[in-house]
Design a protein around this ligand. Structure first.
Ligand code: 6R9
Length: 645
């Protein structure tokens, strides 16, 4: 990159974090973490303030991560009640429906009322502190009420993205032994209904342990009903008390579980706890977005992903912000929808994903310029590496060259931002996640685990050397898997699964996953999950799945499939396999290409050589590297000849 970094604009000269302040605070956060966190933990109201800051060991024989251990607090109190004296009539949420005619604001006073009554409904259904509650919801305010109601009474929510199939939902319900499900009759996206309640009914055939299903009546569609198990929210609200005392929670009590894909096996239940997560979500929301009292903050993620947890619900509401929640899709009814919403609600901070930016870019500048964007002051990006071309378009066209772009790198596991520019502190390089958040110590290691030098340009595997309050604490129900996944590749360090480089100026650039995790339109999927969905089909004998570059989605899903003896490939079978994956996982995992192959490239010990499959899918067939360990080199030629696309 030869271009000069884009300097901090004049409008951010009075930001809370200036270049000097960043240097000072970062230094302090590393040299005197206790002192630093003693200050930061005050952004949260504690019922009992913690006397201990952290107790952490990344040693895999004694792995533990505890923050603010003896503190007591309630997350819902922090996101609602404490704002009532000063912000009762301030909008907490602005809801923009799928159809542009449907939108309304919910003030903090109204949020208090909704969440208290929702909490009492949950209690009435028998939900108790520590119980797991699965949410399978559209992007409607009730999704936020449900999350906050769980937090208020000490129940642990597990939000499952509405785009997952009944099978995937059932697996997640069973894994955390959730006895309660909250859903809606239907969702609507881009004018099309999503049959949420019907999917729940199908899932519960496979997960019979659920005692109660609470449904929001959203579209009014007819739905199936199981007497005694199913309940309408609006009916249960009729006699729900309007006050519900927040449950005092220990800082290390679980707040939520969120399933995410890894390189092996089934999705893992990432567990976040109460105190550290809230401090991290609130702190990063305040610093990264230079939060100001009159902001209208719009994060376009779904609450089914961690971005929706931390930057639609917990971070913004903990800070008393106005958070916009959008039910629809960026391109419906037209490709100008995002900008129409920005103008309508005078959005000041817009936080979206590179895949959305690339999709909108295809429609040109006109839909953007058609709407007044003078309210915008800051833009954010999350979910995958942003290519410099999309970054520049976002910055120049969408943000009129006035608004800094914060490219925030983080993961479900990290709770909130770990590497990101701060808009008042850092000159920007398009495509770089820039610098570590306070308290975060990124480092690079080579494939053997040797630390690379801390100065000068370097590239390697991205690890973190110490803990931060928002770090996940365990894999729900499988602590060993937590240790094996994150702390065993490079002992004593947290392995992110990402590759990165640090340039000569110290800027960090995330280069993408180095493991078998795919990033499809910012959605995380494991190749192993897709492979096991494919081999579940009776015609399939073996499958290997890799990612390949895709213009809009970032990565596409490329499947190599060998068929059982006697089966012949045809278009009908190809469609059946795509349907099979959609059924097992959901539409987010639809294969982009299926190549039927007589055999897969394997080592003599039988290991599939994915490196070669990746190269072929990428079309880089001239650079396959060392193929001398292949058991049958002839396989490669037939794969190249049969390449799709
Ligand atoms: C927040 C979220 C995590 C993975 C992560 C990385 C990729 C996220 C990124 C980014 C480059 C960014 N990722 N943000 N890569 N630049 N700004 O997306 O969580 O769904 O768990 O995905 O996404 O590969 O490891 P999650």
């Amino acid at each position: 990159m030869t271009d000069a970094p884009i300097p901090v604009p004049a409008s951010f000269k009075d930001a809370r974090i200036t270049p000097e302040r960043y240097a000072e605070l970062y230094q302090r956060s590393i040299a005197d973490p206790d002192g630093f966190w003693c200050e930061e933990l005050k952004r949260v109201d504690w019922i009992r303030a913690p006397s201990q800051i952290s107790d952490v060991s990344f040693d895999r024989d004694d792995l533990h991560i505890r923050w603010f251990e003896d503190g007591v607090l309630n997350v819902a109190w922090n996101c609602i009640d404490r704002h009532l004296p000063a912000r009762a009539s301030k909008p907490a949420l602005i809801w923009e429906g799928d159809h542009p005619s449907r939108h309304h604001a919910i003030t903090y006073a109204q949020l208090y009322d909704h969440v208290c009554r929702f909490s009492n409904v949950l209690k009435g259904l028998g939900v108790r502190k520590g119980d797991r509650v699965t949410l399978y919801m559209p992007m409607i305010p009730e999704a936020a009420y449900a999350m906050l109601a769980c937090a208020r009474i000490g129940a642990v929510h597990s939000v499952v993205f509405g785009g997952f199939s009944p099978e995937a939902l059932a697996g997640r319900i069973r894994d955390c032994e959730s006895a309660f499900v909250i859903t809606a009759d239907e969702g609507v996206r881009g004018g099309k209904p999503v049959p949420l309640k019907a999917n729940v009914d199908a899932a519960l055939e496979l997960a019979p342990g659920v005692k109660a299903v609470l449904s929001v009546r959203h579209t009014g569609a007819d739905v199936g009903w199981v007497e005694g198990r199913d309940h309408w929210l609006h009916e249960r609200l009729l006699d729900a008390d309007a006050h519900c005392a927040p449950e005092p929670m220990n800082a290390e009590d679980p707040l939520f579980i969120l399933y995410t894909s890894g390189s092996t096996g089934k999705p893992k239940g990432v567990l976040h706890t109460t105190g550290g997560y809230l401090v991290w979500a609130a702190m990063t929301h305040a610093y990264t977005f230079d939060h100001r009292e009159d902001d209208v903050f719009w994060c376009t993620a779904d609450v089914g992903w961690v971005t929706g947890h931390s930057y639609i619900v917990y971070g913004p509401l903990a800070n008393g912000a106005t958070s916009l929640m959008f039910e629809g899709v960026p391109t419906w009814p037209g490709p100008d929808r995002i900008w129409e919403v920005v103008a309508k609600h005078k959005v000041t901070v817009l936080y979206t994903a590179p895949t959305a930016i690339r999709a909108l870019m295809r429609f040109g500048d006109e839909p953007v310029r058609a709407h007044d964007r003078s309210s915008l002051r800051l833009l954010g990006s999350v979910g995958e590496p942003i290519n410099p071309e999309a970054w520049r378009w976002y910055h120049q066209v969408c943000g009129e060259g006035r608004c800094p772009v914060v490219d925030t790198w983080w993961q479900t596991e990290t709770g909130g931002h770990l590497i990101t520019p701060l808009p008042g502190a850092h000159a920007l390089k398009p495509g770089s996640a820039s610098f570590p958040m306070f308290g975060v110590r990124p480092a690079l290691v080579d494939n053997e685990g040797n630390r690379l030098p801390e100065t000068g340009a370097q590239e390697g595997n991205l690890v973190l050397l110490g803990s931060w309050p928002g770090q996940m604490r365990t894999v729900y129900g499988d602590h060993q898997r937590f240790i094996d996944t994150y702390f065993s590749t490079y002992p004593g360090m947290y392995f992110t699964g990402d590759g990165a480089r640090r340039d000569a100026d110290g800027y960090w650039w995330i280069t993408g996953r180095v493991d078998d995790v795919l990033n499809i339109s910012g959605h995380r999927l494991g190749t192993a999950e897709i492979e096991s969905a494919l081999v579940a089909h009776e015609a399939v004998s073996e499958a290997a799945v890799v990612g390949y570059p895709h213009d809009i989605k970032g990565q596409g899903i490329y499947c190599y499939v060998t068929l059982a003896a006697g089966r012949e490939p045809d278009a009908a079978l190809e469609k059946a396999l795509k349907d099979q994956v959609r059924k097992e996982i959901g539409p987010v995992a639809s294969p982009d290409a299926i190549q039927f192959a007589p055999g897969l490239p394997k080592t003599r010990s039988g290991k599939i050589m994915r490196r070669i499959l990746r190269k072929i899918a990428e079309g880089e067939t001239g650079a396959l590297g060392d193929t001398s360990t292949l058991a049958d080199p002839g396989v490669v030629d037939s794969l190249i000849a049969g390449r799709k696309g």
